[in-house]
Design a protein around this ligand. Structure first.
Ligand code: TRP
Ligand code: SF4
Length: 400
């Protein structure tokens, strides 16, 4: 069927910080060497909430791309692009909107939450309601199977799956599909054809997911099939429809949630963040002035790491020996807080050093980033156009 593609995006609404690195980018960097990955700047999504402040988007787009590259996203492995440079996303969004029930969009939990949380902005707009549908188009247009996201995005991925299923149901009818599918079954050879039909029955009549998995694996390996036949056989396994769009799955970031300077989740809006490429002196100053266990008023007062945000950073950055040293030293007043903070400062600076180095070439020569993105946009666009050809045809728009 389609290759195991990975798609994910981020909204350019400000500088990236270490929370983004630990929460998302590390995951991307791991996946880029394992599967084909497409990572994009979701500038249209940023406009859904920042439509009155486009300057910040324009500024953040290039900055964010440099941050990705600095963090280790590798343009020779992953495809990097900007959403609005692949206008096919908008076309698919429009076409999907035709058959998307309003209730599906209104029920997405982030919809009402965000309208309440961002009460200072008027988000009762058409664009904001369509946010998850645009996101569905972003992913479905590449027939991606995996979407690395945080857990807040899971309802969006679930909705994408429903959208894909509904699309295949409405438009995946092909004249003579069953006959064509049976022709394709024959091409498997008698042994595999028999197994295919058995597994199909097991899945359809007994709902055995393992049978579906096994049959799909067999099709993946069958080399003598044309793509269209393979696609038909995938569709026939699950029903009597052709699969035009693929249902993606969320790939949850293993929660290494990095706390901010005050112990709450790191976030620019809380003012507790350390930028991805923050300079050394500023990192040092921020950590040295961050709050500690309030019970340690004097150096001689014992403390409790559990009540201290510095400890949470040790949990991310320090080895066992250092953590033992902290616990003993803190609870016995054997070490001072500045002493305790030093290993965290060192670890953050060490983590950032290669990022500064990688970023330098892009800062010295901004045309490098433009070239990487131009190349990524071309690649993404070709893939998007392939899907749109099928989508238009299925929706009766392939005149000429
Ligand atoms: N909604 C995502 C977020 O806020 C950003 C995003 C837009 C996205 N399109 C996407 C993520 C497609 C994954 C796939 O983080
Ligand atoms: Fe926090 Fe370390 Fe100070 Fe204890 S010694 S209060 S863990 S900074």
């Amino acid at each position: 069927m389609y290759p195991d593609r990975v798609v994910s995006g981020m909204r350019p609404t400000g500088a990236m910080h270490l929370g983004h690195f630990h929460g998302a980018l590390k995951n991307w960097i791991k996946m880029q060497s394992e599967q084909p990955c497409l990572f994009f700047v979701a500038d249209w999504h940023a406009l859904t909430t920042h439509y009155d402040d486009p300057a910040i988007i324009e500024r953040s787009v290039w900055e964010m791309l440099v941050d990705w590259l600095a963090a280790g996203v590798d343009p020779s492995q992953a495809t990097l692009f900007i959403q609005s440079k692949v206008p096919e996303h908008a076309e698919l969004h429009l076409l999907l909107s035709m058959a998307t029930p309003l209730g599906w969009l209104e029920r997405v939990p982030t919809y009402k939450d965000q309208i309440e949380n961002l009460a200072s902005k008027d988000l009762s707009t058409y664009g904001f309601l369509g946010y998850p549908l645009l996101q569905a188009a972003d992913v479905l247009i590449y027939r991606a199977s995996l979407v690395p996201v945080g857990d807040d995005q899971v309802p969006h991925i679930e909705m994408m799956r429903e959208i894909a299923r509904r699309f295949n149901h409405l438009y995946g009818k092909e004249k003579g599909f069953e006959e064509k599918a049976m022709e394709a079954v024959k091409k498997l050879g008698s042994k595999r054809a028999k197994l295919y039909l058995e597994l199909r029955t097991e899945y359809q009549q007994e709902g055995k997911d393992a049978a579906l998995d096994q049959a799909q694996a067999m099709l993946d390996e069958a080399q003598n099939l044309s793509n269209i036949d393979r696609e038909r056989l995938f569709g026939y396994l699950e029903g009597s429809r052709k699969l035009i769009l693929v249902e993606p799955h969320a790939k949850l970031t293993v929660a290494s949630r990095l706390p901010g300077l005050d112990g709450r989740k790191m976030s620019k809006s809380y003012g507790n963040a350390i930028a991805l490429r923050e300079d050394k002196d500023s990192v040092t100053k921020k950590i040295r002035t961050m709050p500690t266990d309030p019970a340690r008023v004097r150096r001689t007062d014992a403390g409790d790491p559990k009540k201290c945000p510095v400890w949470q950073l040790h949990e991310v950055y320090s080895d066992n020996a250092t953590r033992d040293w902290v616990v003993k030293g803190c609870t016995s007043a054997g070490i001072g807080c500045l002493e305790c903070k030093q290993p965290v400062i060192d670890a953050i600076i060490r983590e950032q050093e290669p990022m500064h180095e990688r970023a330098q070439q892009y800062l010295d020569d901004p045309t490098l980033v433009r070239a990487i993105v131009a190349d990524g946009c071309d690649k993404a666009r070709k893939l998007a156009q392939d899907t749109m050809r099928d989508v238009r045809e299925a929706m009766g728009l392939a005149y000429s």
